[in-house]
Ligand binder design. Structure first.
Ligand SMILES: Cc1cc2nc3c(=O)[nH]c(=O)nc-3n(C[C@H](O)[C@H](O)[C@H](O)COP(=O)(O)OP(=O)(O)OC[C@H]3O[C@@H](n4cnc5c(N)ncnc54)[C@H](O)[C@@H]3O)c2cc1C
Length: 416
């Protein structure tokens, strides 16, 4: 590809990239926008949890990338390879470069399957499943559906990961399925979590401990999966005991693995990365800390919010508005408060809708409702409402700013 110049270049066309491209175009139809994205398919990843739980299909969660982008947006179906911000340039993997006036960086995060020895060769067979891949998510349901008794392990790697609740959400769906079949007492279900507790926000962590108790699930904290032997059906963990780390091996009949995650290698190696390799942006404006014409959003940034599509929904209008402010030589808005949300599927018909912002503040969008309650209405949200919000509003570039307020939760957080 010959070298080309565009006023706006976006790297990554997932939840963040498509939404911000369409949102920016709605705000200024004259701006020429190019989007670099190698995949034909676009997945609604929040649906993966309920696909694994047997309540949704991969077909429902998949659309063609080409059908999502406004025709005026120029889709460059390639991988970005490197960034040369001093020259306002992105180099593509196949050769060729793009130069830009403004750059938006949102290629998501990297799933580090290789960090767990033996995992790659056994994933999708021997009872080893994961909801973190479109290729294997159907196998999660196959494992849950076919198992009649035994040990079911669910793992969670060190943070940060995308949708921090996902490793336990599938565990509750499995436990509920076993309960509904009348076989829950034939299972030993264990949550093996490298972290120290059930959830990053203590208000919700407490409520989840009750869910765990109700299903009779054993929790192992500081317990990090490092190797799997699929044929022998064993999983090896490094377990923290005070200052020491011990190796513990557990047998399983099924194991749901959440892989370790990090910034994509091409981001880690680029001048855009900050500590730990994530794109270094201002947490409120989402402008890059060193290159003023670059913005980042979605899973790839170093902002301390929950890496979720819900966060993307709130970040998109901030980035779009701030690019237009920069073009107009005006002050940027400090518009992002760290909002993220995690609809915790605590059973096959109930969801605890955890919504929060920077600093672990509980910030629901709906007043007068205890955010810790497991509700059927949020299950309908998870299956129908949130996918509609994603495909019909966010991805199409509409900004739907439902206010979320700490005051809505005050009564409940005070009593907890
Ligand atoms: C199992 C699971 C459950 C989840 N549940 C929820 C939930 O309930 N609620 C919620 O809000 N969120 C949930 N999420 C998280 C949510 O899906 C992500 O936070 C969201 O998709 C992040 O958007 P993104 O655009 O940053 O990354 P992605 O949507 O992953 O998109 C990144 C894009 O960048 C592209 N890309 C990668 N490398 C390059 C490159 N070199 N050049 C160009 N393009 C590149 C990729 O092909 C991809 O299309 C869940 C995720 C998973 C896996």
């Amino acid at each position: 590809m010959a070298n080309k110049h565009f006023p706006v270049v976006i790297v990554g066309g997932g939840a963040a990239g498509v939404s911000v491209a369409n949102n920016l175009r709605r705000k200024n139809a004259l701006l020429e926008i190019a989007l670099v994205e190698p995949s034909d398919k676009h997945y609604y990843q929040p649906g993966f949890t309920i696909i694994g739980g047997g309540a949704y299909t991969l077909k429902q969660a998949t659309k063609n990338e080409a059908d999502l982008l406004h025709p005026s947006i120029i889709w460059i179906k390639k991988f970005a390879k490197s960034f040369e911000p001093d020259e306002n340039q992105v180099t593509l993997k196949t050769g060729g470069t793009l130069t830009y006036d403004y750059l938006i960086v949102c290629p998501g995060l990297q799933l580090d399957w290789d960090k767990i020895s033996g995992l790659k060769s056994t994933l999708g067979k021997n009872g080893v499943c994961t909801n973190y891949s479109a290729k294997y998510v159907d196998y999660t349901w196959e494992c849950i559906k076919n198992l009649e008794s035994g040990t079911a392990l669910f793992t969670q790697p060190p943070m940060p990961i995308k949708c921090a609740g996902a490793p336990q959400k599938i565990m509750y769906l499995a436990a509920d399925r076993f309960r509904k079949k009348g076989i829950l007492d034939k299972f030993n279900i264990e949550f093996c979590n490298a972290g120290p507790g059930m959830f990053g926000v203590p208000f919700f962590a407490k409520a989840l401990t009750e869910v765990i108790k109700d299903y009779g699930i054993t929790t192992n904290f500081g317990c990090n999966l490092v190797a799997i032997d699929g044929k022998k059906k064993t999983a090896a963990f490094e377990v923290k005991k005070g200052d020491k780390t011990e190796k513990v091996t557990k047998k399983f009949d099924m194991i749901h693995v959440t892989p370790p995650q990090s910034a994509p290698d091409f981001i880690k190696e680029s001048p855009l990365s900050g500590d730990s390799g994530w794109v270094d942006v201002n947490p409120s404006t989402l402008q890059h800390s060193r290159f003023s014409n670059i913005f980042g959003l979605g899973d790839v940034t170093n902002t301390p919010n929950a890496k979720t599509a819900a966060a993307v929904r709130k970040q998109v209008p901030v980035v779009a508005k701030n690019i237009l402010k920069l073009i107009a030589n005006k002050d940027l808005i400090e518009g992002y408060d760290g909002y993220g949300s995690c609809p915790l599927t605590t059973s096959l018909n109930k969801v605890m809708l955890a919504e929060f912002a920077y600093g672990g503040k509980v910030t629901p969008s709906f007043p007068f409702m205890d955010p810790r309650a497991n509700r059927f209405i949020w299950w309908i949200g998870k299956k129908i409402g949130f996918p509609w919000l994603y495909w019909s509003l966010m991805i199409k570039g509409y900004s739907l700013d439902i206010p979320h307020k700490e005051s809505y939760a005050a009564k409940f957080t005070e009593e907890s």
